[in-house]
Ligand binder design. Structure first.
Ligand code: HEM
Length: 393
């Protein structure tokens, strides 16, 4: 084959394609093609929560010490909000357009485009600016968002990710990392993996702060399970079995009996087989956040959004009305529902605004700064319902 006709390496092809194609590849993978998303019950529950687990958190003392200091971890409501808001923000920048407007020759009109991805990144930047975080810690956490899904799929997915899909994760997160002003992001996925493995070997060591961080999170993710006959405790143990050994040791979680680990492994393989060969094809695409780019205005108030699915702590779920209210009350009487967990203002039943997400203590702060930064990332100022022009909450 002549030099001219030799195939270009995938990463060079992706680099030339910009962000549009990687986002389409990921959308296809995460929303349309995964049979697990079509099949109800345990498989989806495991993948949903365990995925967030592996990909979204990094447990090194330098990171966990700071997170523990935020004092949000002893309160289950705060932990569950963090879990939900993190999911919303990541889902937002993974599935909404990341397409900047090229610098205009003359000042541009405010944007009619969907700026949700930039709003979510700008909000996280605003939250992070309150803390002193090292670039290495940022880079490692970023690497987990890329490597976590790849290794997660290898270990317990229904198939491994294709080279194109791996590259798509890398391209998306490199862009997010650049918008977060993370420096020295390696140019290739392979280099990122080598860097992250070396960092892990150096820094992933046992620490009580790691343990303090993981325990409430485990409580939140296992909370839908009944406590009867030790069922919830079993799920707690199953989650421990799912952690790679080095991570489990760093989290100071006890090693589980070998028989349980083998059972979990075997079950996951059976689930993989079921998902690959027996699960029904997807009927409706499943997205965690609303697909429409315009949040619905409610009664002339500032428009708000809701996730498409709700957690046991019902953040952003509308207050039940009529028959639904009656059913909720019945569940409380029958002991099937914690009366504390009925949707209402406590769980922000009015819905969310991206610039308000994060710990409740910051809910009313930073909005203008976030909206301005999102406009700078996009290439022109935000307008209409994306800016808070109605002035009402
Ligand atoms: C690519 C890297 C990272 C991403 C994508 C990311 C993402 C996020 C998100 C989505 C939130 C909002 C969570 C919430 O609703 O409370 C958040 C908050 C936060 N993150 Fe990160 N993060 C990253 C790296 C780090 C690192 C390395 C640290 C170091 C310790 C860190 C510390 C924090 C803190 C302290 C908060 C605010 C928590 C609070 O004030 O209660 N993040 N991050």
């Amino acid at each position: 084959m002549s030099q001219r006709h030799r195939l270009m390496p995938l990463r060079q092809v992706m680099a030339k394609l910009g962000l549009h194609i990687p986002l389409l590849v990921l959308d296809d993978l995460l929303v349309l093609r995964s049979p697990n998303l079509a099949s109800p019950g345990p498989p989806r529950w495991i993948e949903g929560h365990a995925g967030k687990f592996v990909a979204n958190l990094s447990y090194e003392p330098s990171i966990s010490e700071l997170l523990v200091k935020t004092e949000q971890l002893s309160q289950l409501d705060a932990v569950s909000k963090r879990h939900v808001d993190t999911g919303i923000m990541i889902e937002t920048w993974s599935s909404c357009p990341l397409s900047k407007i090229s610098p205009p020759e003359k000042p541009q009109d405010p944007s009619p485009l969907d700026p949700r991805a930039y709003l979510a990144i700008a909000r996280v930047n605003w939250l992070h600016r309150k803390y002193k975080i090292s670039n290495d810690d940022y880079l490692y956490t970023l690497s987990m968002f890329v490597i976590g899904p790849i290794r997660g799929a290898e270990a317990w997915g229904w198939r491994t990710l294709s080279p194109l899909e791996r590259q798509a994760f890398f391209v998306l997160w490199r862009e997010v990392g650049q918008l977060m002003k993370i420096k020295d992001i390696p140019d290739t996925l392979e280099e990122l993996i080598v860097w992250a493995d070396a960092y892990e070997e150096r820094c992933m060591v046992p620490a009580t702060t790691n343990h303090q961080l993981i325990v409430p999170l485990l409580e939140v993710v296992t909370s839908p399970m009944p406590t009867l006959f030790g069922w919830r405790n079993l799920w707690y143990r199953i989650f421990i079995c799912l952690q790679p050994d080095r991570l489990r040791v760093a989290l100071m979680l006890p090693q589980q009996p070998r028989i349980l680990a083998s059972l979990v492994n075997g079950t996951i393989r059976c689930i993989g087989f079921y998902l690959r060969y027996l699960a029904l094809p997807l009927v409706w695409p499943r997205r965690a956040i609303p697909e429409v780019s315009k949040p619905d205005p409610v009664d002339g108030f500032l428009p708000r959004m809701r996730p498409n699915a709700f957690n046991p702590k019902p953040w952003y779920k509308p207050e039940p009305q009529g028959l639904a209210r009656l059913l909720e009350n019945m569940k409380v009487v029958l002991g099937l529902q914690n009366p504390e967990d009925i949707p209402g203002p406590k769980y922000r039943s009015q819905g969310y605004r991206l610039e308000e997400l994060g710990p409740l203590r910051y809910e009313d702060y930073g909005h203008d700064e976030v909206i301005r930064e999102a406009g700078e990332m996009l290439g022109c100022p935000l307008s209409g319902h994306w800016a808070r022009e109605t002035g009402k909450i």
